[in-house]
Design a protein around this ligand. Structure first.
Ligand SMILES: NC(=O)c1ccc[n+]([C@@H]2O[C@H](COP(=O)([O-])OP(=O)(O)OC[C@H]3O[C@@H](n4cnc5c(N)ncnc54)[C@H](O)[C@@H]3O)[C@@H](O)[C@H]2O)c1
Length: 301
C-alpha cells in the first residue's frame, strides 16, 4: 500500500502546484485535495471542523497530511482573530486527527516568524519576535510542531513566485502581480518601495524542497524540524524590474507604499539556510533571472 495523502487548502497558490506534484509522484488516486472553497476534483474540508477532519482521515485511511490552509499576512492583519483561529486552531485540529491515526504532517511556516530584531540575514536560530499577527501564529505553530508527538516537518517559505495560481493575500504578492501587470498593461504600481529587499523563491524550488523534506528519515531531522530556513533568491523590487526589462524594455513601475511596507520592513532581507543544506541537502536552482525567465515562459505559453 502506498501513501494516502490529504492536502488542506489545496486550491491556494501552493496547493495548486503541490497536488499535481504529489499526484505525479504517488499516483492520482493517492491524493485527496480539500479546501473550504468549492471546485471540481476538490473535496470540501474546513480545518475548523475538527470532527470532519477526523472522519475524513479515518474513512480515507490517510497516512500523510500536507496542511496548507491558512490566512496569509495581508489578509491576516485585516482579520487578526480569524487568522489566529484558522492558523493555530486549524493546525491543532490537524495534529489531533493525525495523532489518532499515526499520520505524518507537513505544516509550512514562513519568513514572517522573524521580527525587526532579527539580523538582516536571518539565522536558523534567532529570537522570533514578529510584529504581525500572522507571524505570531507561525511562531506558535512551529512550537506546536516541536512539542507534539506526531512526525511533523515544516519549512519557513520565503515569498513564493508562481504563474499557475494567484498569490493568496501575502505581503510578497507584488512579486507575482508585477508579471501579470507587465504583460497586460506594461506598467505596475507597486505597494512597497523600490529598495525593498525580501527573500523570495520560485515555486518549483519550493515544491521540490517540500517533497525532499518529506523524504528525509525522521532521525536525520534536528531541532529546526518545525521550520527550516530555506533560501531561494533575494532581490529588491528595483532589481526585479531590471530583470523584467530584459523581456519588456518598455515596462515601467511606480511606487505607492501602503500598510504592507511596514510588514515587509519588519522581515529580514535574506535567509541563512545552512542547516537545511547540511541536514538534508537543500540547494535552490532558480536565481532572479532564472525565475523571471521561467515566469515569462509560463505566462506566455
Ligand atoms: N505563498 C507564499 O508566498 C507563502 C510564504 C510563506 C508561507 N506560506 C504558507 O504556505 C501555506 C499555503 O500558502 P498559500 O500561498 O498556498 O496560501 P493561499 O492563501 O493561496 O491558499 C490557502 C488556501 O486555504 C484555504 N482556506 C482558508 N481557510 C480555510 C479553512 N478554514 N479550511 C480549509 N481551507 C481554508 C483557502 O481557500 C486557500 O485556497 C500557508 O500556511 C502559508 O502561511 C506561503
Amino acid at each position: 500500500m502506498g501513501p494516502r495523502i490529504l492536502v488542506t487548502g489545496a486550491l491556494g497558490q501552493i496547493g495548486t502546484e503541490l497536488v499535481v506534484a504529489l499526484e505525479a509522484k504517488h499516483g492520482r488516486g493517492s491524493v485527496i485535495p480539500t479546501d473550504v472553497r468549492e471546485a471540481p476534483n476538490c473535496r470540501i474540508l474546513d480545518v475548523m471542523d475538527a470532527e470532519g477532519i477526523i472522519s475524513m482521515v479515518n474513512d480515507e485511511s490517510v497516512t500523510d497530511i500536507y496542511h496548507l490552509a491558512a490566512l496569509l499576512s495581508a489578509t491576516g492583519e485585516r482579520n487578526p482573530e480569524l487568522c489566529w483561529k484558522i492558523n493555530v486552531e486549524g493546525l491543532e485540529n490537524i495534529i489531533a486527527a493525525a495523532k489518532a491515526n499515526n499520520c505524518r504532517i507537513f505544516a509550512p511556516s514562513s519568513i514572517a516568524v522573524f521580527g525587526p530584531d532579527c539580523p538582516s540575514i536571518a539565522p536558523q536560530v534567532t529570537p522570533l519576535n514578529p510584529s504581525t499577527v500572522y507571524g505570531k501564529t507561525k511562531v506558535v505553530c512551529e512550537q506546536l510542531v516541536m512539542t507534539s508527538e506526531v512526525d511533523i516537518r515544516g519549512l519557513r517559505y520565503p515569498g513564493l513566485i508562481s504563474y499557475k495560481a494567484p498569490a493568496g493575500g501575502g505581503t510578497t504578492d507584488y512579486a507575482v502581480e508585477i508579471f501579470h501587470a507587465a504583460l497586460s498593461d506594461g506598467h505596475y504600481t507597486c505597494f512597497v518601495r523600490e529598495d525593498t529587499r525580501l527573500p523570495m523563491m520560485y515555486m518549483d524550488d519550493a515544491i521540490r524542497a517540500t517533497l525532499e523534506l518529506m523524504e528525509v528519515p525522521t532521525e536525520k531531522l534536528g531541532g529546526a524540524r518545525g521550520g527550516y530556513n530555506i533560501a531561494g533568491c533575494s532581490f529588491t523590487v528595483g532589481e526585479l524590474v531590471a530583470s523584467i526589462e530584459r523581456h519588456l524594455p518598455e515596462f515601467t513601475c511606480t511606487y505607492e507604499p501602503d500598510v504592507r511596507q511596514k510588514y515587509a520592513d519588519s522581515w529580514p532581507n535574506d535567509i541563512d539556510d545552512d542547516v537545511a543544506r547540511m541536514e538534508w541537502g537543500w540547494n535552490p536552482e532558480f536565481d532572479l533571472d532564472g525565475m523571471v525567465d521561467a515566469m515569462f515562459a509560463g505566462l506566455q505559453a
